[in-house]
Design a protein around this ligand. Structure first.
Ligand SMILES: Cc1cc2nc3c(=O)[nH]c(=O)nc-3n(C[C@H](O)[C@H](O)[C@H](O)COP(=O)(O)OP(=O)(O)OC[C@H]3O[C@@H](n4cnc5c(N)ncnc54)[C@H](O)[C@@H]3O)c2cc1C
Length: 391
């Protein structure tokens, strides 16, 4: 098999890249190790930044998102039983975010790719990237019980944190910057209308809680738990009781309970691999970087990377210049580090670190109080949340 761009992974990064390249008249092949149903049902992100929404619309993938997605103009911060709303459009000259699940983004992009785009092979596992430093890189993969080779002009590793693409960068050239956290998120999906019409981020002495939603009838909620927690050790009643405690306020707000349909624990990690390019291999999305989910940045960073790659390759095809491809890693990393900083700040401000001193706990409250009382601090949060510019 031969193509211009070999894409490993059909998560949001790989699928959107295939769509952007198709729209630019550049052919690609997508290899995905899982089956279609698994990819379409894997529960993950749910917040699309303004820039991501604009990209999906411009790519012709925004029709269902605009019908079903929920535009959100703010979030609520809860601490010390107080409530503070951050109004995005007021602070960012009209920007907002969209609540639209990653599963739905993937479904939309898969449907478009299968209808109009190049080959998208499910249950096709990439085994290795070969010849990244040559003009003819290739992906060795297994599909239908057979090993095959996909020859390409470029390979883009969109295969997530556990993929194979990153391993093709020689160890001597890789630099890894990493932080793990001693806590994770116990996340639930529940068949009940959300108890608030915007996301609520709560800092509580017992730990962080997040109230979020997938639709007007489905709630998504999270609790900070120790990193090694088994989700099944929490009964449904214990989860609702704990959410109620951590989200408590001084007014008459109440938490609606309903049947829990899914439960899982997500670890928290900050990770950046530099560089994001080696020869003709480019890394995009979680294959190159991970953020803790507190800032809702992971999917949005993946979108920024593939937009940058598609622009750079289009520029190369139109002008013959490799200038933008050569700048790919530096261009992406600038935005990646801003998102890493934002996600780290949100995480450390809102979570209870098991070794935090009373002094550090007071500092957390002071940071929240500053946001609630100072427009500059609040604007900084609103700008970070609605998204840093791409490119
Ligand atoms: C609980 C949770 C909540 C989150 N909330 C948010 C949020 O609100 N906002 C946000 O922006 N982000 C959020 N994120 C992060 C976001 O989900 C990820 O950053 C996003 O999925 C990255 O997309 P990706 O395409 O780079 O990688 P992935 O989605 O991981 O996709 C990689 C794909 O590659 C495939 N693959 C792996 N190895 C191979 C191989 N060898 N061969 C072929 N295919 C392979 C995988 O099966 C997968 O389909 C959240 C994550 C979690 C876990």
């Amino acid at each position: 098999m031969r193509t211009t761009v070999g894409i490993i992974g059909a998560g949001p990064a790989g699928l959107l890249l295939a769509r952007l390249l198709h729209n630019a008249g550049i052919d690609s092949v997508v290899l995905e190790s899982r089956d279609r149903a698994y990819v379409e049902q894997r529960q993950r992100a749910g917040i699309l930044e303004q820039g991501t929404v604009d990209v999906l619309r411009a790519a012709g993938a925004g029709e269902r998102m605009d019908r079903r997605g929920l535009r959100h103009d703010g979030i609520e911060l809860r601490f010390d039983r107080r409530r503070h709303r951050v109004d995005f459009p007021r602070l960012t000259r009209g920007r907002s975010v969209m609540v639209y699940a990653q599963t739905e983004v993937c479904k939309d992009l898969i449907a478009l790719q299968l209808k109009e785009g190049g080959p998208l092979l499910f249950e096709a596992e990439a085994l290795a990237v070969e010849g990244a430093e040559s003009d003819r890189p290739a992906v060795r993969f297994r599909h239908g019980g057979r090993e095959d080779v996909l020859e390409c002009d470029y390979v883009v590793g969109c295969d997530g944190f556990w993929g194979v693409a990153r391993k093709a960068v020689p160890a001597g050239l890789s630099r890894v910057f990493e932080r793990t956290y001693p806590f994770g998120w116990l996340g639930i999906l529940a068949d009940v209308a959300p108890s608030h019409d915007e996301l609520v981020y709560a800092r509580h002495d017992r730990g962080f809680a997040l109230l979020s939603m997938r639709s007007p009838s489905v709630s998504r909620l999270y609790l900070q738990v120790p990193a090694d927690t088994d989700a099944e050790t929490w009964s449904d009643e214990e989860i609702w009781d704990e959410l109620e405690r951590r989200l408590e306020t001084d007014d008459d707000w109440t938490l609606r309970r309903g049947p829990i349909t899914q439960k899982s624990v997500t670890p928290m990690r900050s990770y950046v691999h530099e560089p994001m390019r080696h020869g003709r291999l480019f890394l995009a999305g979680d294959a190159a970087h991970i953020v803790p989910p507190t800032g809702a940045k992971g999917l949005n960073l993946a979108v920024g990377d593939v937009v940058t790659f598609a622009r750079a390759l289009t520029h190369r095809q139109e002008t013959g210049s490799t200038e933008l491809l050569d700048a790919y890693s530096a261009t992406c990393l600038r935005r990646v580090w801003q998102a890493e900083r934002f996600s780290y700040d949100m995480t450390t401000m809102l979570h209870r670190h098991p070794e935090a001193t009373p002094f550090e706990e007071r500092l957390q409250l002071a940071r929240l109080d500053r946001i609630a009382s100072c427009r500059a601090a609040e604007t900084d949060l609103a700008e970070g949340y609605t998204g840093f510019p791409i490119g």
